[in-house]
Every structure is written in C-alpha cells, then in structure tokens.
Design a binder for this molecule. Structure first.
Ligand SMILES: [Fe+2]
Length: 285
C-alpha cells in the first residue's frame, strides 16, 4: 500500500486554479448577477478575454462578422456557452498531460473531459437541473484524480488488471484495493483543496456512483451518465474503459431510455469532435 500522505502532497504540485474561475463560478451561482456583472469579470482578465475573442473569431464557431468584444461574444454564443468556454480554458491546464498508466495519450484526457462536460451540461439542461455550471465543472474535472494517481497505477497495473479481470472488481475498486485511494476520492480531495463548493466536491467524489446515496443527487447522476456514455462511445483506448459497474437503478431513476442513450452517444461523438477542434486551437494559440 502506498503512503497516502505522499499522494496527497502531490495535490500542491498541480497548476493552481486562476482566481477568475472562482469569481465566475460564484457569479453564475448567484441569481442576482447581471449579464454586465459577468462581462465585467471576464473583461478584467486580459488573457482570458484575448483567448475568448480569438476562439470566437476562429473557424471553430463559424460566426459571421468580427467578434471584437466580450459583449458581442455573449450576444452570439449566449451566457451559458461563454461561461463554459471560460471554465474549459481556465480549468483544463492540468488535464493536458499524457497518462501512460491509463493508456491516455497527451490531449486524450483533455478532450474526453471537455466532451463529457458538454454532455453533462446538455443532460442538466434537458432535465432542467439547477447549478448547470457546477455540473459542467464537475464533469470537466471528474477524472482529475487520475493525473496524480497515474504513477501509482503504473506500479500496480498488473495487480489492478488481475483484480478487474479475475475477481470482478471495478477499476475504481481495484485502485482503492491496490493503492489505498481511488481516482474519484482523490479528485474530491483535489476539488476541496481548490476551495470548490461542497456540491462540486461531492459530484467529483461520487462520479462513479460508488456511494448509493449519490443516486439521489441528480447532478451526480448526470455526470455519471455523461461519463458512461463517453466510455460506451470509447473514443480512446483507455485502460479502464467500461471496467466499472453499471448502476441500472440510476438508469431508471434518471428516466433514461435505450433510445435516449443512443441519442446521447451520437451527441457525445459530436462533442468529442468539437473538443478535438478546441484542443487543436489551444495547442496552436
Ligand atoms: Fe472516473
């Protein structure tokens, strides 16, 4: 078993969260925030503003006419989409690395996280859930624990695979059994270290629905199904693909149907292609 304190110390080595992200998150959750308050926050950050305008003017969005202000960007994209772009670019720095133990090449975790966040955001919209930005952010960071756990999984990969294949454990259970902590639990601790809300910490910690009480938390269930759809589509060769238990109860509770699942898979493929274009833009910027 690995020394847990050693693992937790690595949280401090991650890229810190830019202050603007907390300001944006707080204002999105505050019903008294006006559109101009939000624009004001974004415009106070020259780097984010420059990046947003650059991407709004890129072929990715295919917008007609030059986007020369955040106000114009909001008019064209809407507040929700603009906020999601700010969150994506502000939060995804740590997701850019290759994670060899999980068979994720450089950029794969980034694209998978972004596409999953887009799908979770859509599910939240369809189910009219509150706190859509929190659900989007949780989905984006759901596998942040893997960034730290990668080197420990690497040392234990044979044992983990054996437990999954011969003993019927989920990848998450095998991580916990071999290392002493799994990537979801570690992700929750990282989110808490970054001072995210208890709601966001809860969703990340429970994004594989290991705690059955999380099944009653609809934001967590939305992120769980976005993650499951990502695994079903399988755009990468990740080592833990589909190595998790399916929570059939949440399928019924969340009123998913097989047809909707197929629609979500199609949607995810589109979001993944969008994430690939965003990633290419980000690399070129
Ligand atoms: Fe996960």
């Amino acid at each position: 078993m690995v020394d847990l304190d050693k693992i937790l110390k690595k949280i401090e080595l991650l890229q810190p969260i830019p202050a603007i992200i907390h300001r944006i998150s707080a204002s999105l959750g505050d019903p008294d925030t006006s559109l101009s308050d939000l624009i004001d926050i974004v415009e106070k950050d020259p780097a984010i503003t420059a990046n947003l305008l650059k991407i709004c003017n890129s072929a990715h969005f295919g917008l007609v006419g030059k986007v020369d202000s955040i106000h114009r960007a909001v008019t064209l994209l809407g507040v929700q989409r603009l906020a999601e772009l700010v969150l994506t670019f502000g939060l995804s720095e740590n997701l850019n690395k290759a994670l060899e133990a999980y068979s994720l090449a450089k950029g794969e975790l980034w694209k998978r996280s972004v596409a999953g966040a887009m799908l979770a955001g859509k599910l939240a919209e369809h189910r009219q859930l509150d706190n859509r930005p929190v659900i989007y952010t949780s989905a984006l960071l759901r596998d942040i624990g893997k960034v730290i756990l990668n080197e420990y999984v690497s040392d234990e990969l044979l044992n983990i695979k054996k437990m999954v294949c011969s003993e019927g454990l989920s990848f998450l259970e095998a991580e916990k059994a071999c290392i002493g902590i799994d990537h979801a639990e570690l992700g929750g601790l990282i989110a808490r270290h970054w001072n995210f809300s208890p709601n966001l910490v809860f969703i990340i910690k429970n994004h594989h629905l290991t705690d059955s009480s999380a099944r009653n938390h609809r934001g967590t269930v939305a992120v769980y199904w976005a993650d499951m759809v990502a695994m079903l589509v399988g755009t990468g060769s990740e080592v833990d693909r589909l190595a998790y238990h399916v929570d059939e109860g949440s399928f019924e509770d969340f009123l998913l149907s097989k047809d909707e699942l197929k629609t979500l898979m199609m949607m995810y493929k589109g979001f993944f292609q969008g994430a690939e274009r965003l990633f290419a833009f980000r690399q070129a910027a």
